[in-house]
Ligand binder design. Sequence first.
Ligand SMILES: Nc1ncnc2c1ncn2[C@@H]1O[C@H](COP(=O)(O)OP(=O)(O)OP(=O)(O)O)[C@@H](O)[C@H]1O
Length: 252
Amino acid sequence: MLEVQNLHKSYVVGKDTYEVLKGVDFTIHKGEFVAVMGPSGSGKTTLLNCISCFIPYEKGKVLLNGKKLAQLKEEKMAEIRNQELGFVFQDFMLLDGLTVFENVCIPQVIEDAPYEKMEKKAKKLLKMFGIWEIADKYPAEISGGQKQRTAVARALMNDPLLILADEPTGNLDSRSSEAVIEAFLAAQRNLDATIFMVTHDSFSASYCDRVIVMKDGKIYKELIRTGDRRTFLDELLTELKIINGGDGDEDE
Ligand SMILES: Nc1ncnc2c1ncn2[C@@H]1O[C@H](COP(=O)(O)OP(=O)(O)OP(=O)(O)O)[C@@H](O)[C@H]1O
């Protein structure tokens, strides 16, 4: 589904070149919920931005259902971003002047979809994520967790191949974070959605099927959840403690 092969990315600052991704390889299968964790500066957001081609990279391949994204013209890329990728950001990125319902409809408004189709899909998603009751409210009138569930619904409006989420629970308390993760799990269960999430939050990551741990621009380890969530959380906390030199992430 998503294949990342030998990805290299450097940033040039003045006369210096910093290699941030140093040959990253992994595959994500349809219907998987995968997290990327790792110390600050290890290249997680850069990786996400290379996958969506928001930033260019020097070497390697990103294939979405076998399609090489970097080769596409900007117009085609914009179409792919709207139809085949869904985005969820830490700061929600909702439009303040639109209601929850209208925000969720945006990807289909861009497509010029018929209103009945749009309404049916938005209603289904809003009900699935427990936010149908607030459909007519504006972002300023709802909680952070409700905002992020709105953003998840928006990301799913066009049945994308892949959801890319950058720190989706970064601005939320633990109860709201859990509700957002539950929304991702419902999307995975009911819509066979594929989710790739960058996070610092071990608690959120412990709900995933797999966690890719990055260090210094490379994949350091991949952890697969085989048992219950609590055991996986302990495994993640132990691994992060080692990687952070004993100063582990202790979110729970
Ligand atoms: N536009 C840029 N120009 C130059 N350097 C950059 C740029 N964006 C990121 N970097 C550097 O690249 C490295 C990786 O950054 P990135 O944001 O991908 O890491 P991250 O793992 O997501 O970090 P965090 O967990 O703190 O968000 C960092 O050292 C950062 O300072």
